[in-house]
Design a protein around this ligand. Structure first.
Ligand code: PEP
Length: 248
């Protein structure tokens, strides 16, 4: 089984109910793309987006979850609550959660287990800082984050890995094709060595993916899709990225 292709959008802390009009436009323009499509809006929009997308190809996900069961954790959301709201996926270990909220690999590991137990697909993010890349540590950092963040219960069906260099997120800068290829080859090797179906995990690239660079990135070996921030907010930008992935 080849990895499934996935175009995933991360809306971060953007969007109110009015932004759901973008979903209508996206689905009108791309009703049956030849790839999976996911948008992870702010938690306030998960349930209304699920309703708006009912019967369509669009999957809806969360941007984080708590590792524990529902209870006394003000401001947090349990994985089973995301699932109850209609989410199918949850992003975990995004660099903004790692930097803004101190999420460690152990936290991401625990949250991933909770996500799997709730029936969610965990989209686990890894990526080096600019200092780590300049210091020649990229492959060691990625291997370490993968080992620490991805739990033993991960399968190709319940886990997607996103390589997101921290320095490329929201900056308009991207690694070279060779740099992306090198990291994705490492991730494929490590997953294949650890999991029986490690060759089938979808591996996303994320960091300043735009309509203008998507096709080139999707042509790189072991790139099975993208995790897209800014360019996922507008159907006019995310649509061409979906089309480029479907055509790849
Ligand atoms: C992200 O936040 O996951 C991301 C990749 O952002 P952007 O596409 O805006 O760089």
């Amino acid at each position: 089984m080849a990895p499934r292709k996935l175009a995933a959008g991360n809306w971060k802390m953007n969007g109110t109910l009015a932004a759901l009009a973008e979903i209508d436009q996206l689905l009108a323009d791309h009703p049956q793309p030849d790839c999976d499509v996911l948008i992870c809006p702010p938690a306030t929009l998960i349930h209304p987006m699920v309703g708006r997308a009912a019967g369509s190809v669009l999957n809806v996900g969360g941007q984080d979850c708590h590792a524990g069961a529902p209870g006394a954790h003000t401001g947090d959301i349990a994985a089973e609550q995301l699932h109850d709201a209609g989410a199918s996926h949850v992003i975990l270990g995004h660099s903004e959660r790692r930097s803004d909220h101190g999420d460690t690999d152990a936290d991401v590991h625990a949250k991933s287990v909770a996500a799997h137990q709730a029936g969610l697909v965990a989209v686990i993010c890894v990526g080096e800082t600019e200092g780590q890349r300049d210091g020649g540590q990229t492959l060691d950092v990625i291997a370490s984050q993968l080992a620490g963040s991805v739990p033993d219960c991960a399968t190709a069906a319940n886990t997607v890995i996103a390589y997101e260099p921290v320095w490329a997120i929201g900056t308009g800068r991207t690694p070279s094709n060779d740099q992306i290829a090198e990291v994705h080859a490492l991730m494929r090797d490590r997953l294949a060595a650890r999991f029986p179906d490690g060759g089938d995990f979808a591996l996303l690239y994320g960091g300043s993916v735009k309509p203008g660079n998507a096709a080139e990135i999707f042509a790189i070996a072991h790139v099975d899709g993208a995790l897209v921030g800014g360019a996922s907010l507008k159907a006019a930008d995310f649509g061409p990225i979906i089309a480029a992935l479907a055509a790849s």
